[in-house]
Design a protein around this ligand. Structure first.
Ligand code: SF4
Length: 90
């Protein structure tokens, strides 16, 4: 896998966060999480999608390694990733 591409792109597979026309929806859920109404539901729905993803571990690792600030990656919200990064740093 290329370290410069998100897992869904690098593996060349269709992941649960992609619509039939290839649009990736996890970024939208992350935007919603950052303050708009309905954020909690959208974020929870995105995390449920991740649970059935074959590259959930790789996706989460990619987001942590790249400091990805937006969206749901590997079932983790931006807040969860930030918490993990802080724990690893201490
Ligand atoms: S773990 Fe979630 S965000 Fe990552 S590729 Fe899979 S479904 Fe998409």
């Amino acid at each position: 896998m290329s370290r410069d591409l998100p897992p869904s792109v690098a593996y060349g597979i269709t992941t649960p966060c992609q619509t039939p026309d290839g649009v990736i929806i996890f970024g939208m859920a992350g935007d919603l999480e950052n303050g708009r109404r309905g954020a909690g539901k959208a974020s929870a729905a995105a995390r449920v999608l991740c649970l059935s993803c074959p590259v959930i571990d790789e996706c989460g690792t990619y987001a942590l390694d790249h400091g990805e600030p937006w969206g749901i990656w590997g079932g983790m919200s931006p807040r969860t990733r930030d918490l993990l990064r802080r724990q690893e740093a201490s």
